[in-house]
Design a protein around this ligand. Structure first.
Ligand code: HEC
Ligand code: HEC
Length: 402
């Protein structure tokens, strides 16, 4: 199916679902049903919709040729791509287990794409003289904001939507394109895994940020590290159009940006569902036994007292994002003069929400703190808090409990 007919299908499905909901009349139960339908539609968009970005990934970057020639499953897993075990039929599972399906053949990657089993990649596979050929490929939100639980094998398991894929090396993947010049390849290859620069193709600067989780954002009206948007739809539109190359428009006067791809809009009517799905994704609770509860209790007192953390990480979501942003000097991560914030629409930083923070090391927008202990040490040093090593360890345990 091509991007356009896929989009039509989704639009038609949303329309039909809405008609059913409308026919049921008003009331709380019905609006809950309506919300559930919207969330389910958004899940499909998040996982499988390319917004017609094959124009970028196939027509411009020719990634379908790269995949067909050289990307066997072992290679794909090595650059952090994930496989959805639930999409694999028993025969394929058996074939992988007994070795009759080769994980070192690009044809197997094409077979997996045909099954829609590669998380965040959407392939159109055509049969030519009985041989499957990858005709088009595009990417979806799940590429960077989903991973798997490794329950089948490393890199293969059940989807975990909203979890950042910190194994993915988007720079190295894009650098495989034959359409990318040598200087750009060097920049892309310097990013490393788990990072992406969503402004590089706009301002030419190469300074990647850590891929953040897309969960735990309900109630936060300041989206991205720099609080560029008041709601998710703002940034979702930015990414879909400006980064993924989807068909549609994005305008941002603060960045003097006005981009239109293609002649149709395959983005706008999906944004409400996409946002509803993301807002339904809760931050994961810490695994049992993953932190010391007594130390965490002591750490809470430091967080709210000597550490002064709560002056910014306030409220149930541990952020003051709905009230204010902070100057680049509030980021402990980098020299103020070269801030990532300076490239953003706000030129400031949002206090990062901390629910589920145990799950996604490294920390700060540039990943400069490897652990939560490092975070505490950096704050203590740069803010001259004079925290003892015991207090820093306790704060780390508290953060792990959120
Ligand atoms: C190539 C990797 C990549 C893809 C694909 C991608 N994102 Fe992101 N996303 C990022 C990075 C990197 C950031 C951090 C940008 C920033 O905050 O400045 C981000 C930030 C976000 C945020 C902000 C999270 C927060 O804490 O406020 C949301 C929401 C989001 N992305 C949703 C999406 C959606 C929806 C899609 C699909 C339309 C998508 N992303 C596709 C890499 C990606
Ligand atoms: C002046 C406001 C302010 C104070 C005080 C503050 N923070 Fe932050 N915090 C921020 C901002 C802004 C960021 C985002 C910085 C960045 O990514 O560069 C952040 C990021 C973080 C992160 C990284 C989260 C992630 O997912 O990358 C952690 C953890 C954190 N802070 C913990 C603390 C702790 C612990 C304290 C107290 C010792 C503290 N903060 C004090 C504003 C503050």
């Amino acid at each position: 199916m091509n991007g356009a007919s896929h989009a039509l299908l989704i639009t038609a499905t949303i329309g039909a679902a809405m008609a059913v909901v409308a026919a049921c009349g008003g009331g709380d139960a019905d609006s809950a049903a309506e919300q559930a339908v919207l969330i389910e539609q958004g899940k499909q968009v998040f996982r499988f919709d390319t917004f017609g970005d094959e124009a970028q990934w196939t027509d411009a970057l020719r990634m379908h040729e790269v995949i067909s020639a050289a990307v066997d499953p072992v290679t794909a897993l090595s650059v952090g791509l994930k496989v959805d075990a639930d999409a694999l039929p028993t025969a394929v599972v058996d074939g992988i287990r007994n070795g009759s399906i080769s994980l070192t053949s690009p044809a197997t990657t094409i077979a997996l794409l045909k099954l829609n089993a590669v998380v965040g990649l959407k392939g159109t596979v055509e049969s030519v003289n009985g041989v499957d050929r990858l005709a088009r490929v595009g990417i979806t939100c799940a590429l960077c904001h989903s991973t798997v639980d490794n329950s089948f094998a490393p890199g293969i398991g059940k989807r975990l939507d909203g979890w950042a894929n910190r194994d993915l090396n988007p720079g190295a993947i894009i650098a495989l394109s034959p359409a990318v010049d040598a200087a750009t390849k060097t920049a892309l290859n310097s990013w490393g895994k788990g990072k992406f620069d969503p402004r590089h193709n706009v301002d030419g600067i190469s300074k990647p940020v850590v891929i953040p989780p897309a969960y735990g954002l309900d109630g936060i009206h300041g989206v991205t590290y720099t609080g560029d948007g008041k709601d998710l739809a703002y940034w979702n539109r930015y990414v879909a159009v400006v980064e993924m190359g989807g068909q549609g428009s994005f305008a941002e006067p603060r960045l003097n940006l006005n981009i239109t791809n293609g002649t149709q809009d395959l983005v706008s009517n999906k944004l409400p569902a996409l946002q509803a799905y993301q807002l339904s994704l809760k931050a994961p609770v810490p695994p049992t036994g993953s932190f010391d509860a007594v130390a965490a209790l002591r750490g809470k007192a430091v967080f709210e007292g000597a550490g002064k953390c709560v002056s910014c990480h306030s409220g149930p979501l541990f952020t003051d994002a709905n009230a204010r942003l902070h100057s680049p000097s509030a980021s402990m991560a980098e020299p103020e003069s070269q801030s990532y914030a300076s490239r953003s629409a706000t030129k400031q930083y949002r206090t990062t929400p901390l629910k589920g923070v145990w799950q996604h090391a490294p920390y700060f927008h540039d990943g400069s703190a490897a652990t939560l202990e490092d975070v505490g040490q950096i704050y203590s040093d740069k803010m001259s808090l004079g925290l003892s090593s015991g207090q820093i360890a306790d704060v780390a345990q508290y953060l792990k409990s959120l």
